[in-house]
Design a protein around this ligand. Structure first.
Ligand SMILES: NC(=O)c1ccc[n+]([C@@H]2O[C@H](COP(=O)([O-])OP(=O)(O)OC[C@H]3O[C@@H](n4cnc5c(N)ncnc54)[C@H](O)[C@@H]3O)[C@@H](O)[C@H]2O)c1
Ligand SMILES: O=c1ccn([C@@H]2O[C@H](COP(=O)(O)OP(=O)(O)O[C@H]3O[C@H](CO)[C@@H](O)[C@H](O)[C@H]3O)[C@@H](O)[C@H]2O)c(=O)[nH]1
Length: 462
């Protein structure tokens, strides 16, 4: 059997590497238009940082896992084609800022229709609005020559930073479709390592909608605990204690109740906005407004954090040096898409703070590009004053200590483990007094820091 996966990103790369590792008899070909990305997949420096992924890729690459830019050949040879391309929020036209941009998915469908041979199972791996499979089927049948198709929905639930373990031991694999035979073919592949009771099958629309629903529920938990964090700060309750107290109720459960500076990542906001758009499209205004609040609350949390830094530091951070610890949207990934750090730093830059940023996995170029995009207030390019602000006020450090040297404050924006074990006496000695710590992840030992002399401000604690 031959598999082709279109899209060698955070999902296509790891999922296909896992299938190839677990199914040595299947030939897995991952293709992408981005030649740099493909070159990186073929090198010792993979394009994404994900614990444990190097070993998985190394085992299968060159045996039954290949990466290339030859999309058409890979499609023509495949029995199964996964579509794993990006589906970002639309930035133009109808639904701008909410709807998913399905341009890349449609291009894939047209290309598959043109070049596929024989019977081909087309699998939606990308996260898509409910009923996209209908459009995919129509496109395939309108451009296809002699090829025939089944379309399945098989959304991916892996989280970045834990992708390898999530793929090895998924809570469930979801397959939606109409053809029992096609569903079975895909289920048999996962059946090589996933217990059959964890392979759920549904109709196409339930599968497509379950992915958006799962992300909406997960993000809603984060926004719910973050909403409570504001009330905790106002009342003297401690959000970690509240989370523990409610999380021990088996109906609520302990996971995903960590208050933070706000959720980030490429999925939560995009998928909720997509859900909001869909609800409005179907005339369900109350439902749309209900889900939109999850994103509204998240924006509030990011803004609130930056504002509290300014307010605490005597209402001005102008020319003050602030160490930013962490840029990735969560630990154990180099992905910065929608990271809370980007928005907090934008707000601090507008207050003229001097930012000294350190992240163990994110490159200087990525940090600067993220800031250049977020600082634009007018169109596609930076104004001279915006560019000057970044050039003069942003410095990228190579260690946490370097970032904190001569700083007035430290803001922890990603929960990297290495921040917990630093020599805080040393950090304190190098800082201006009062030395502020704003722990946006509640990961540091606050009482120990206070003993050293730091003034600590955390999320959801007075
Ligand atoms: N990142 C995650 O953790 C995650 C988890 C579950 C689901 N998803 C969903 O999976 C999909 C992919 O996400 P991602 O994070 O891997 O995106 P990504 O941007 O990292 O990767 C997508 C890749 O597709 C390529 N591509 C786009 N159009 C193409 C075409 N026509 N032909 C060949 N290649 C093409 C791009 O060059 C890019 O490398 C999205 O729908 C996302 O919502 C993501
Ligand atoms: O209690 C929590 C849990 C998460 N977060 C934040 O929420 C964001 C998202 O985290 P997480 O869900 O762990 O990572 P993602 O890689 O975005 O994974 C989500 O999005 C993927 C893409 O759709 C899905 O496949 C996953 O199931 C879903 O968890 C990050 O900024 C986290 O720091 C919190 O602030 N508190």
């Amino acid at each position: 059997m031959k598999i082709c996966c279109i899209g060698a990103g955070y999902v296509g790369g790891p999922t296909m590497a896992m299938i190839a590792m677990k199914c040595p008899e299947i030939s897995v070909h991952v293709v992408d238009l981005n030649a740099d990305r493909i070159a990186a997949w073929n090198s010792s420096e993979l394009p994404i940082y994900e614990p444990g992924l190097d070993a998985v890729v190394q085992e299968a690459r060159g045996r039954n896992l290949t990466f290339s830019t030859d999309v058409e050949t890979a499609i023509a040879e495949a029995d199964i084609v996964f579509i794993s391309v990006n589906t970002p929020t639309k930035t133009y036209g109808i639904g701008a800022g909410r709807a998913a941009n399905l341009e890349f998915v449609e291009k894939c469908a047209r290309q598959i229709g043109r070049v596929a041979q024989g019977h081909t199972i087309v699998v939606e791996k990308s996260t898509l609005p409910v009923r996209t499979a209908e459009a995919v089927k129509r496109i395939l049948s309108s451009v296809a020559t002699e090829a025939t198709f089944d379309v399945l929905s098989n959304p991916e639930f892996l989280a970045e930073g834990t992708a390898v373990n999530d793929l090895l031991n998924p809570d469930r694999v979801l397959i939606g479709g109409e053809s029992a035979e096609a569903i079975q073919t895909l289920a048999d592949i996962y059946g090589n390592w996933v217990p059959s009771e964890r392979i759920l099958t549904t109709n196409l629309w339930s599968s497509e909608l379950s992915k958006l629903t799962a992300n909406a529920f997960l993000a809603q938990r984060v926004s719910s605990i973050n909403a409570m964090s504001a009330l905790c700060e106002a009342t003297g309750a401690d959000v970690d204690e509240v989370a523990k107290a409610i999380g021990t109720d088996s109906r609520i459960g302990p996971k995903f109740l960590k208050a933070s500076v706000g959720f980030g990542g490429s999925c939560f906001q995009k998928d909720i906005l997509n859900l909001v758009y869909l609800c409005s499209h179907f005339g369900l205004q109350e439902v749309a407004e209900y889900w939109e609040q999850v994103v509204v609350m998240n924006d509030y949390q990011k803004r609130r954090f930056a504002e509290s830094i300014v307010k605490t530091m005597f209402n001005t951070v102008s020319s003050k040096r602030i160490a930013i610890w962490g840029w990735a949207f969560k630990k154990d990934t180099n992905d910065t898409r929608e990271s809370a750090a980007i928005y907090v730093c934008r707000d601090l830059l507008r207050e003229r703070a001097q930012l000294h940023i350190y992240d163990p996995r994110v490159s200087k170029a990525r940090i600067l590009e993220d800031l250049e995009i977020v600082m634009r207030t007018n169109g596609d390019s930076l104004s001279n004053s915006e560019r000057e602000l970044i050039e003069k006020n942003v410095h990228v450090a190579t260690t946490s200590y370097e970032a904190a040297e001569e700083a007035h404050a430290i803001a922890v924006l990603t929960e990297w483990d290495e921040f917990k074990t630093l020599d805080f006496d040393r950090v304190y000695q190098g800082m201006h007094q009062p030395a502020f710590v704003f722990d946006g992840r509640n990961i540091l030992n606050h009482s120990k820091l206070a003993q050293i002399g730091f003034e600590v401000h955390a999320i959801g604690k007075k």
